[in-house]
Design a protein around this ligand. Sequence first.
Ligand code: PLP
Length: 463
Amino acid sequence: MLNPQHILSISQHLISNICTLKGGAGLAYIPGLFMHVKGKSGKNIINKHRALTRFDPQVARAIEAEVRRQQDKIILIASENYVSQAVLEAQGSVLTNKYAEGYPRARYYGGCEHVDVVEELARTRAATLFGAEHVNVQPHAGAIANLAVFLAVLKPGDRVLGMGLDHGGHLTHGSPANISGKYYQSFSYKVDPRSGYLDMEEVRREAHKVSPRLIIAGASSYPRIIDFAAFAKIAQEVDALLLVDMAHIAGMVAVGLHPSPVPHAHFVTSTTHKTLRGPRGGMILCQNQFARAVDKAVFPGIQGGPLMHIIAAKAVAFKEAQTEDFYNYQEQILKNARVLAQHLKELGFELVSGGTDNHLLLLDLRGKGITGRDAELLLDDLGITTNKNAIPDDPQNRMTTSGIRLGTPAVTSRGMQEAEMKQIADLINKAIEGRGDARVMARVKREVKNLCAAFPVISEKII
Ligand code: PLP
């Protein structure tokens, strides 16, 4: 913590960049950049990171604005979260200065003894957490983790079968816009358009028709539990390898609140920044028989030097994920998602598949007469951030869509619980039903502001 007297006597230049906030708890304010300290007046002031403010006020101001956005809006984007102070500190550490191409004890650079410790911690913690035989923590992102599996076991032109993008799958599971659909022959399976659920018989039929070398299970906007054992059986029937991308559900899997794909799949990929609440990045879990191929695919196959500061932050996140607090957090994410879903349904919203088993909800807005894009814009303007999302067989194009996707990981990190979920459902309903009515809009905006103020984002309170 900085000394308040010192802060108050710094240069005019810096003082001009200090701002006053109402409320606050005297703890570190969000993510590392700002700290609450008591000024002479007794008011809480926020002191910005001084070197950055002094050298590059433009970047500092943009970061400050983002801090406020994260504080002042209700973040319902299912793939976003607030990390802890410990994760941020590791991520913002001097490990960013270090080159470490290769793997622990087999590097192409000297001076790797400390980063070796960090990478070993990350690998062994992730292996323990998920019960995996082998882990690679170097992928810079979830997309890279998926591509590395492709590179490890496929030849260009091989067939892959994944969930269709407009049915909840991810771009990297074979979309023609992505390398996974350009360099490989990709095929997709769908959800049942009436129920919104995956139909495993349809997956089986597609798999037998296509004879893929790799089947991909996992999704970006599928609110139901995926039957990994059924996928494994189908993969075995057609002699395919199975990749499960658990990016969205990794936090719940880590604590056992969601079935784990690890016993069933040859490869499991994940991002580390969604429900797992680590730094932005990816990882690959695999069986020992594929360890060498996976490691070679990540480096030197796709990447150069690993981001050691990010790997350190991953190690911290994996340690956090072993705590009871993290278990409780995941449990609350699920409770919150269910209450949000239930209340929205009571308010006349249609949910794809009728509800949720995980942290995310997919709203079909056709009955409300608004597109996904317009709902996203309307809600964001009022302080509720969501993302437009295709519903299965969406009649609208990808930039318009008929749905929005909501998720509870970020609001749960702030400490919001069931009562707040009901309030948020009411706010969404009021905003959509009352659009065009300036008085309703002003009321919703005010209520969002008050709700955010009641749940300050204090990263030291996270874990
Ligand atoms: N896999 C799934 C299921 C995702 O939802 C996402 C991102 O949203 C990714 C992979 C890609 O992750 P990244 O953005 O880190 O590349």
